[in-house]
Design a protein around this ligand. Sequence first.
Ligand code: GSH
Length: 204
Amino acid sequence: MLTLYYGPGACSMASHIVMEESGEKYEPKRMDLAKGEQRTEAYLKMNPQGRVPLLQLDNGEPLAENTAILPYLGKRFSLWPTDGLAEAKALSLIGFFAASVHPAHAHVGRPERYTEDKSALPGIKEQGLKTFHGHLKQIDGMLAGREWFGDKFSVLDPYGFVFYTWGVRRELPMGELKNYTAFKDRMTQRPAVARVLEDEKVKV
Ligand SMILES: N[C@@H](CCC(=O)N[C@@H](CS)C(=O)NCC(=O)O)C(=O)O
């Protein structure tokens, strides 16, 4: 059986939604990130980066990083494109999410990662928020005329949804992003998504 380590409201919400969508029995392990549970010796043995999500596979092996976990789950649960080009496009989008959108937001939530100079922290946060907002506008453009990020619902959608919830958390004017907001509404109508929002106590 798979075990998913996740933190409420964190990027691990994407894998959490995928697990709920799958209908497969799994063990959810909630981590209190504020209390530093991701930095205990036992957890660091499984994921030396001290981050969620972490997926423990059926044989007990740990798998870290959204860029690996989501395609793995997508293939396992038929939530991943089968055509070669569509797969490349899915990997391209996952790369953009993981390497650009998520780090932009980290400048807002964890500015101390980027400087030891305390006086620089407000500037890092401010610029991070601008960059993050710019990425959300790009995502809004990608969703124009589309129901989902790919040709049908896939693991890309829960991942894209996470950043919408972060935009709400940062009080960005998310309602102005019409395509992204319509997508968010489609997502929240899904029972699996509603269960995860309730479990993680995330308002969107
Ligand atoms: N590159 C990793 C990043 C994971 C990540 O940054 N997770 C955050 C939550 S969104 C975390 O665990 N933060 C805890 C910490 O930094 O101590 C991935 O995409 O899986």
